[in-house]
Design a protein around this ligand. Structure first.
Ligand SMILES: Cc1cc2nc3c(=O)[nH]c(=O)nc-3n(C[C@H](O)[C@H](O)[C@H](O)COP(=O)(O)O)c2cc1C
Length: 215
């Protein structure tokens, strides 16, 4: 089978990034971009991001998770700590997050260190989730092999009965990570492949070094 995609071409014309105008702190630029993308472009789940980890087998692996909060400290998402990504982070906390906001012709790439957030923060978020999602976190041993779908559905039914009328507590193996950035790169598509790329690197004095990269 062969499918030639060499004619897929697009000119990027939706914005620009000027070094003199960007914030000194990349999280501020991230906020400006996120708000703009979320409000002014037709983008579903602007908070969907790819997280790449280095696995126990030495291979990088990428998958999508949902960004649930960002602060000046970093980027927070929730998952199962025993999942493949959880084990990867346990052995190597260096991760990469990336966002591709197609309609805005923008990409953001964040290298950083992942760490578990405080238990009470995970509790707070877990409590805010719909009951179905809470039960889902209990049902699924994320990333483990499961014999078939029926096993999961029956486990869900059993848990629905067990917890009927009762509060569901967060399982200890489910919670948040914060990714604290050490490098952030902002990419804005431009005509003729002369895209804008601005990279921020965290220095020892906690200031950010800002440079333009060649596209
Ligand atoms: C749009 C989208 C959002 C997702 N959000 C999450 C999430 O917030 N947390 C999560 O653990 N998995 C999420 N997933 C599933 C992950 O991509 C992945 O399948 C799962 O976390 C298991 O990954 P692992 O086995 O590499 O640990 C999402 C998938 C998609 C496509």
């Amino acid at each position: 089978m062969e499918k030639d995609l060499s004619n897929y071409r697009k000119s990027y014309e939706k914005g620009e990034l000027i070094l003199d105008n960007v914030s000194e702190n990349p999280i501020e630029l991230f906020r400006d971009w996120f708000v703009e993308v979320d409000n002014h472009f037709d983008i579903d789940e602007a908070n969907a991001m790819t997280i790449s980890t280095i696995g126990l087998d030495g291979y990088p692996k990428s998958r999508v998770v949902l960004l649930k909060k960002y602060t000046f400290e970093g980027f927070i998402f929730y998952t199962n700590y025993n999942s493949e990504k959880g084990k990867a982070i346990e052995s190597n906390p260096n991760v990469c997050l990336s966002f591709f906001w197609h309609a805005a012709e923008r990409q953001v790439i964040i290298k950083g260190k992942a760490e578990k957030i405080a238990e009470n923060m995970s509790d707070g978020y877990f409590e805010s989730r719909p009951r179905g999602s809470q039960l889902g976190a209990l049902v699924s041993n994320q990333s483990e092999v499961v014999e078939n779908r029926i096993v999961l559905e029956e486990k869900l039914k059993a848990l629905e009965l067990q917890y009927e009328g009762k509060e569901i507590e967060r399982p200890k193996h489910w919670g948040g990570y914060i990714v604290k950035p050490v490098e952030m790169e902002f990419w804005q598509g431009r005509p003729n492949r002369l895209h804008d790329r601005i990279r921020y690197q965290l220095q020892e004095d906690y200031n950010w070094k800002i440079e333009r990269l060649s596209p």
